[in-house]
Each structure stands twice: as structure tokens, then as C-alpha cells.
Design a protein around this ligand. Structure first.
Ligand code: ASP
Length: 460
């Protein structure tokens, strides 16, 4: 029997997770899901995060050292940063346009507002306190934060990815500058390490449908009551409409215009990463899969993807910046505050910076929203208004964050002539046996192959 493509398996896992979560919620048995289902979702996310740092180290060292000369690194770096800033500014502007035209906050009744503020006061307080630390730092603190004082310490925390990237790029430059015969064994070591890690991603992805099932079931039993969701429906729709425009309007335009590729092929290649981003709400947890998909299914060469994507996961958050713009204006509208042109421009600047500063983990965009609210003098306690739907919107914006990174990776690759044909070399179920380059023997499925792990190499 032909195996379903990975993205379908993940979608089915998601749908079953929603249904099962809903049934257990109706049966007042949320504890069962929390105790016996959710842990599998957590294990799945942990296993992805587990390989994020080794993946960045091995693939970026290989990528940078393959560049052969430093001027190529700086030209690629310049394009990457320029495209990241451009796409983020577009996203914020789209968000502002939608929220100003629709005005979702103008119709929230005084009563709903008070009840939302009361229910989520405590939780909003925690986010505000978390943002306070960031605000108290000096203007150059983000720059200081990029340079680690101890690489081993930085590498032990998934939250310090930029520090690790800094070290690895620096190390890669060193590798370019030493004589070839000295560099070769180091490169070969990291190249081999990279292959092993990519294989681990394949193995973890076999569990993806079950992982997302557990994550979504847990989410349903933990989500707040329906009345609050309905009150925030218009606001949520503004965020979702803006995000949908990015995925179905802006990115297709960019991909089509600058790479000539069909957007349907792009979506087909990147969809497992998108579904994973949706289920985990974390660009960092999704990064290993994003990298694998972009390299093997979109044809971006590793020296580009290994540079552009880890940086993108940390700093390029189009979905987050769009959400921050909509949320800031929505909260202002709910308080009856009118924002003029000056405040709207402030939102463009601060939401761009705040999204760059947001960590690639669930809920981080909301912490940084405090900074946007502060800049336009809207009460920070207003965060409590949007808390009820934040997790759901986080799932959607993370999907856009990851899609934006993949889009920029393709554009940068094209501009430096590093965009080739997709070359699926790991196990993949999108291609029938025989069409992949040597993935399985005829008729063998990924599951047969994984049964054989440890006894023989399924790629042999
Ligand atoms: N969860 C988002 C991400 O990981 C960040 C956020 O907007 O909260 O990309």
C-alpha cells in the first residue's frame, strides 16, 4: 500500500488530536490528556530542540567554510539582513492596514473588556515583568548579547542561538583562512556530523504525526472558555487575515518573481515544517525540519540555508511583527485611544525591533508586545485583553515566521546562484519508491526501513 505523504499524516494527527481533546474536554477528563497524552507531545518537541544546537554548529561551520572567501559571506549576509528587514516591515504594514480598516477593538463592550482584564490580569503581569528586563537594558545591549563570553555555556541553552551563530561564523572564517590541508579534517568531521544529525531529523519526523496529535489534544483541553474566544473573534480574524495575506499573497509574489518557482511546489516542499510550526508554536523547535525541507525539497544549497535559516529562526519573525501591530492597535482601540500617524510609524519601528528581539519559543511575541505598547503609551495591562486567544494566534504566526524564513532562504540562494533542483536524499514519503535517489529498495516503506535501523543502512 502506498504510504501517505508526510504532510497528510501530520494533518491527520492534528485533526485526531483536536477531536480527541474535544471529547475528553466534554467528558471532564482533561486530567487524562494532561497525564497520559501531553507528555508525548513534550517528548516530541524536546527531541527536536535537542538537535537544534548541534545542527546549527555542524551545518553552519560546513556552510561558511564552503564559501571559500569571506567577501561571499558578507554579500550573502547583507542580502539576508536586507530581505529580513524588508519582509518584516511589509508584515507590520499589512497588520496595521487590516486592523485600522476593520477596527476590531471599537466594538468590544465595556463589560467584556472588564471581564477580560480581570480574568487575565495575573498572567499579563508575568509577561510585563519579563519584558521589563529587556526594556531596562541600554541601546547597544542586543549587540553585546550576540557575543558569548563562553561558547560552551552558550551552547547549553537553546535561548542563546545568536551567540552560537556568532561563534560558529567566526570559527568558519578561521577555517577559511587556514591552509587547506589543516582545514580539511575539521570540515570533514563537521560534514559527517551534519549527515548524522539530518538522519536524526528523519527519524524524529517519523513520530511527527503522533507528536502533533498529543500537542493538539493537550491544547484543546487547556484552552479557555468559548465565550471569551467569541469576544475576541474579530481581533483574531484580523491577525489571521493578515497572516494569510503573507502566506498566500506576499510570499508567492516574492517566490514567483525572484526565483521563477511555482508557489505550489514551494508549499508542497515546506508544508511539514509549516505544520510543525503550527503544532509546536516554536520556530526554534521547527528549525531542524525547516533546514532539511529547504535544502532537500526546495533545492537551496547548504551553504546558504545553514546561514540564512538559523539566523531567520531567531530574528526574522514576520508573523510575530504583524500580530504585534494588530494587537497593539486593537488594545488601543479597546481602551478608546486614537492612534495618529506618528504612533502608527512608531509601531512599524518598534514591532520590527520587537519581533527581532522575540525568542523563537511559544508566547515570546507577547512578551515583546509590551515594548510596542510602552512606545505608543497604551496601558501594558491591556495584554490581559488578548490572552485568551494568544496561543491559537501564536500557532498561526509561528507558521508564517517559518514560511518567511524559507522564502528569504530561496531568494538569497537564487541571488548568489545557489538555488538548485530539489535533491531528496533522505527517507521521504512524497516520492514513490524508486524515484528517490536510492532511499529504499522497491516496495519498501519508511516504516519498514525504520524497523531495519540498527541492522542495516536503509540508504545503502
Ligand atoms: N512563537 C513564535 C516563534 O517561535 C514567537 C512568538 O511570536 O511568540 O516563532
Amino acid at each position: 500500500m502506498k504510504k501517505l505523504a508526510l504532510h497528510w499524516q501530520i494533518l491527520i494527527g492534528m485533526a485526531l488530536g483536536l477531536i480527541v481533546g474535544f471529547i475528553f474536554r466534554q467528558m471532564d477528563a482533561a486530567w487524562f490528556v494532561a497525564d497520559w497524552v501531553k507528555p508525548f507531545g513534550t517528548i516530541f518537541i524536546n527531541s527536536l530542540k535537542l538537535i537544534a544546537v548541534p545542527l546549527i554548529i555542524s551545518s553552519l561551520i560546513k556552510g561558511v567554510s564552503d564559501l571559500k572567501d569571506i567577501s561571499r559571506l558578507s554579500s550573502m549576509g547583507g542580502r539576508t539582513v536586507a530581505l529580513y528587514v524588508f519582509t518584516t516591515v511589509v508584515a507590520v504594514s499589512v497588520g496595521l492596514l487590516v486592523v485600522n480598516v476593520v477596527g476590531p477593538g471599537t466594538s468590544v463592550s465595556q463589560e467584556t473588556r472588564d471581564s477580560l482584564l480581570k480574568d487575565y490580569q495575573g498572567k499579563a503581569g508575568e509577561k510585563i515583568a519579563a519584558a521589563e528586563d529587556q526594556k531596562n537594558a541600554g541601546p547597544l545591549q542586543p549587540l553585546v548579547d550576540v557575543v558569548p563570553d563562553n561558547i560552551f555555556r552558550a551552547a547549553t541553552s537553546n535561548g542563546d542561538m545568536l551567540k552560537v551563530i556568532f561563534f560558529v561564523v567566526f570559527f568558519g572564517i578561521g577555517l577559511i583562512l587556514v591552509p587547506e590541508e589543516k582545514a580539511r579534517p575539521v570540515k570533514e568531521f563537521f560534514d559527517g556530523l551534519n549527515e548524522v544529525i539530518l538522519k536524526l531529523i528523519d527519524l524524529i519526523m517519523l513520530a511527527a504525526p503522533y507528536g502533533v496529535f498529543a500537542l493538539l489534544a493537550a491544547l484543546v483541553v487547556e484552552s479557555p472558555n468559548r465565550e471569551l474566544l467569541v469576544a475576541l473573534f474579530k481581533y483574531s480574524m484580523c491577525v489571521v487575515a493578515g497572516l494569510a495575506f503573507m502566506v498566500f499573497g506576499f510570499y508567492p509574489l516574492m517566490v514567483r518573481t525572484f526565483t521563477g518557482r511555482k508557489y505550489a511546489d514551494f508549499l508542497q516542499g515546506i508544508s511539514p515544517a509549516q505544520l510543525l510550526a503550527f503544532s509546536t508554536s516554536s520556530s526554534a523547535a521547527t528549525l531542524p525540519v525547516t533546514m532539511e525541507r529547504v535544502e532537500e525539497h526546495l533545492g537551496v544549497e547548504r551553504e546558504v540555508s545553514s546561514f540564512v535559516l538559523p539566523i531567520g529562526a531567531t530574528v526574522n519573525m514576520d508573523g510575530t511583527s504583524l500580530y504585534q501591530a494588530v494587537a497593539a492597535v486593537f488594545i488601543a482601540q479597546t481602551y478608546g485611544l486614537n492612534l495618529g500617524l506618528e504612533e502608527q510609524i512608531t509601531i512599524v519601528v518598534t514591532a520590527t525591533l520587537a519581533s527581532i528581539g522575540s525568542a523563537a519559543v511559544p508566547g515570546a511575541g507577547m512578551v515583546m508586545l509590551v515594548i510596542v505598547l510602552g512606545a505608543i503609551k497604551v496601558p501594558e495591562e491591556g495584554l490581559a485583553l488578548i490572552f485568551a486567544v494568544d496561543r491559537l494566534l501564536d500557532m498561526c504566526r509561528t507558521t508564517v515566521n517559518v514560511t518567511g524564513d524559507a522564502t528569504v532562504a530561496m531568494l538569497v540562494a537564487k541571488s548568489v546562484d545557489k538555488l538548485g533542483e530539489p535533491h531528496v536524499k533522505n527517507w521521504d514519503d512524497n516520492y514513490p519508491p524508486g524515484e528517490r535517489d536510492g532511499a529504499f529498495a522497491d516496495g519498501e516503506t519508511a516504516v519498514d526501513a525504520v524497523d531495519a535501523v540498527g541492522t542495516e543502512d536503509p540508504n545503502a
